[in-house]
Design a protein around this ligand. Structure first.
Ligand code: SF4
Ligand code: SF4
Length: 379
């Protein structure tokens, strides 16, 4: 197993982290439960092969994940790092934070949590709940009492909010020590902030969704296409990319089977797998390949804002996945998600032309937008 310094927390973390959100389940009397025997087997295998970071949350696996993890690691609890999360609700107050922490500790059958996250925060919840309800002070108090070893956060928002959150907490006298965020070959939007928090602020960094939330899990010839080298499994490519980033300390994978554990452990133990050079090469290759697309959008966003609020670069990006990387299902999922969230499409375009004059690639945006939206919406 490869290990990295986990930011400046003083911990060494395994390159592969075990995400405990997809434990195998069994059905009993019409209800679903975690299959503890299988979980024990998977967790032991990971531990014996050097995985030392296990990430859970109160809501995972019908609220059984923390308990199942606690049982599975009970004989080697002090040799590993347990990460779990505090769900945030307006009005929960400092007492609510404390109650949730104590409940997690009890479920896990331990006496402390190594990394306790403010769960899935954005700028709004940071301001309106964490700051307003003084949860940072409660977290600091719990740390002083030894219930938490490190204060962490997991993140879902525009990358610019990361700097605001980390810097503001620091100004209030509380150092956030690790960050869990989305990062993979298909979604590099947090890359700059990962570098900022890790290099400048010393936070440990963990990527969730290193294989694109499972969407990249199917084998394709992407690696061969990107590097000209023999093809490898796409999950391997995904790990290579994430762990090649020198500012990223750990890739979390939500493993469901023993086979998955064994495969991931093998990749994360290969010392030749994650050179920074290969990481840069993959990133460049990804860009190069895009250039051969008949629709080469660099994502510069000069065409924004569109008169009708259509996110043109986002839609063109989906087409790149569809057309250039051959990840058709992934592109269509992105499209469905975009539309479900109320994203504007070609149907809303009024043909004003304000976008086309601003595009450095001189793309015929209106014509392409029509073609792309039609393609992605097809069943
Ligand atoms: S032409 Fe359509 S896509 Fe371009 S700015 Fe106008 S409304 Fe937006
Ligand atoms: S200006 Fe052109 S290249 Fe830049 S994001 Fe818009 S469509 Fe893409």
């Amino acid at each position: 197993m490869n290990y990295r310094n986990f930011g400046r927390t003083g911990e060494k973390i395994s390159a592969l982290g075990f995400g405990c959100m997809r434990f195998p389940e069994v059905e009993k009397d019409g209800a679903r439960f975690v299959d503890q025997d299988k979980v024990d087997e998977m967790i032991s295998c990971a531990y014996e092969n050097g995985v030392n970071y296990f990430d859970t949350a109160p809501g995972y696996c019908n609220r059984h994940s923390e308990e199942a993890l606690g049982r599975a690691v009970s004989s080697f609890r002090d040799k590993i790092l347990i990460s779990t999360k505090c769900p945030l609700d307006a009005g929960m107050g400092r007492e609510g934070y404390r109650r949730r922490l104590e409940s997690s500790i009890e479920q896990l059958g331990t006496d402390h949590v190594d990394f306790y996250h403010f769960w899935g925060i954005n700028r709004g919840s940071f301001d309106d709940i964490i700051l307003k309800e003084d949860l940072l002070s409660e977290a600091a108090k719990a740390k002083e009492e030894g219930l938490i070893r490190h204060i962490s956060f997991s993140f879902h928002d525009h990358p610019s909010a990361i700097k605001y959150i980390v810097d503001t907490a620091e100004e209030r006298g509380v150092k956030l020590e690790s960050m869990l965020c989305q990062y993979n070959l298909l979604d590099r939007s947090n890359e700059e902030m990962i570098q900022y928090v890790n290099e400048e602020k010393g936070l440990g960094t963990v990527a969730m969704g290193p294989v694109g939330g499972g969407r990249l899990a199917a084998p394709t010839d992407l690696y061969a296409k990107l590097t000209g080298k023999p093809s490898i499994a796409t999950y391997e490519l995904a790990f290579k990319f994430v762990l090649g980033n020198p500012n990223l300390n750990c890739a979390l994978s939500g493993m469901q089977t023993l086979d998955m554990v064994q495969k991931n452990v093998k990749v994360a133990s290969d010392s030749t797998a994650f050179s920074e050079e290969e990481w840069e090469q993959l990133g460049k290759a990804m860009e190069e390949i895009k250039k051969f697309s008949e629709l080469y959008c660099t994502g510069c966003r000069y065409c924004q804002p569109c008169t009708m609020d259509i996110d043109i670069p986002r839609i063109f990006e989906m087409y790149t996945y569809y057309n250039v990387y051959g990840l058709k299902d992934h592109a269509k999922n992105m499209w469905r998600d975009y539309v479900r969230r109320g994203g504007k499409t070609f149907d809303d375009c009024v043909g004003c032309g304000a976008c086309e004059g601003k595009c450095p690639q001189h793309l015929e945006i209106i014509k392409n937008l029509e073609m792309v939206c039609k393609t992605l919406a097809e069943d």
